[in-house]
Design a binder for this molecule. Structure first.
Ligand code: BGC
Length: 380
């Protein structure tokens, strides 16, 4: 064949191969940046959309490090966005229960909004009855992070933030770095690290609300849940752990055997009544250090499976008990009662006031490092 025809043939074959990839709904792995909106002071906020070669897509904004959308295939290859949220920044600036947010300095509750560290009392803003919840009045979910694309084999976005000494009344200049990496196997890995220049306490998590049938698509009561925990931390009327570490055996908190979220949620159980459903920290059954399976959620209708792996000692199962249909989210979808679940990997709530719980203290010279992976797959 003449070189000219060979060149044309190569072009045609190339186009066919590219067409095949695009036909399966996959984009080229990478990150695309677009404007997400403006802060009240005019500052532009961005949206970073990460794609892998299997068509999974995750969009993250540098406002509160929030996961805005997370699109994964069902068993027929149909893509759906499976996290609650808003179409633009304005939605996140309004009142909402931490949709997709990066939470800090202290994820979950600190009882009485105070703690003592090195003999000094720290008083926090009480933003949840008498408690401090999810970092206070302006936690990490409401600050603007610096964003950088990290070069490497997988699309990765690095967010950094300097939380100044005394911010929300926590001690120490805290340098925080969170890296979101979208793996080829439909896993979103979140790496958290931090250093401080004074003794402080720290508990970071992500607060995504999942509905494996698609965001705004009914409740999650049929979702089958497995949590790798033989114990949990029961709470008092303010949802603060009593300090007891209780076995799940014989209780509605036993998810070691896969059980639908809704099967026991309305049962006659004191702890479920206090939480208005599941809103509890599970003590993970861990074997040494490293990333280990914490929970698995399966939606039999769509075939979507979410596995949560973590280095953390605990996980909060929150079943959207306070969602009541007043929030209208992406595409105008109504977020009703229990229309999503959260699996927040964490240290135990109120640890700064519970000396028997694993410590959340961070000292100068130490580096906080935790990793959580949300891994998606399908069952047939
Ligand atoms: C808490 C819930 C709270 C929700 C939204 C969860 O982490 O455990 O009690 O309603 O966050 O703020």
């Amino acid at each position: 064949m003449r070189p000219k025809y060979l060149f044309l043939l190569a072009l045609l074959l190339g186009a066919a191969a590219a067409g095949a990839v695009i036909g399966r709904g996959a984009a080229k792995p990478g990150i695309k940046m677009s404007e997400f909106g403006k802060m009240p002071d005019g500052q532009t906020i961005d949206l970073y959309t990460l794609n892998n070669s299997s068509g999974m897509q995750v969009a993250i904004t540098n406002y509160g490090g929030r996961i805005v959308s997370l699109t994964v295939p069902d068993r027929n290859g149909k893509m759906d966005d499976i996290v609650l949220g808003f179409d633009d920044l304005a939605g996140y600036l309004g009142n909402n229960p931490y949709f997709g947010a990066l939470i800090g300095r202290y994820a979950n509750r600190i009882g009485g909004a105070e703690f003592t560290l090195d003999g000094k009392e720290y008083h926090l803003a009480a933003n949840d009855g008498p408690n401090s919840l999810h970092g206070g009045l302006k936690g990490f979910d409401k600050v603007v992070w610096k964003a950088h694309e990290v070069p490497g084999a997988h699309p990765a976005l690095e967010l950094t933030y300097l939380s100044k000494d005394g911010e929300e009344n926590y001690p120490g200049n805290l340098k925080v770095k969170v890296v979101y990496t979208l793996m080829g196997n439909n896993a979103l890995q979140i790496d958290y690290s931090a250093t401080t220049d004074k003794d402080t306490v720290l508990n970071l998590t992500n607060h995504s609300y999942f509905n494996l049938s698609g965001q705004g698509n009914g409740d999650i009561l049929k979702t089958q849940m497995m949590i790798n925990a033989s114990q949990f931390t029961p709470v008092d009327a303010n949802l603060i752990p009593t300090g007891e570490i209780r076995t799940v055996e014989g209780t509605p908190f036993d998810f070691r055997k896969v059980t639908a979220i809704g099967e026991r949620i309305n049962g006659d159980d004191e702890q479920l009544k206090l939480g208005k459903g599941y809103d509890h920290n599970f003590v993970l059954d861990r074997n040494g250090h490293g990333l280990q399976l914490a929970a698995r959620a399966v939606d039999s209708d769509s075939g979507r499976v979410l596995e949560v792996l973590t280095t953390q000692p605990g996980i909060q199962l929150y079943t959207g008990n306070f969602l009541d249909g007043t929030i209208h989210g992406k595409g105008g979808k109504v977020y009703g009662h229990r229309s999503a679940f959260c699996l927040e990997t964490q240290h135990f709530p109120d640890s700064p006031n519970k000396p028997k719980f694993p410590s959340t203290e961070l000292k100068p010279g130490q580096t906080y490092h935790e990793t959580t992976t949300f891994k998606f797959s399908i069952i047939h």
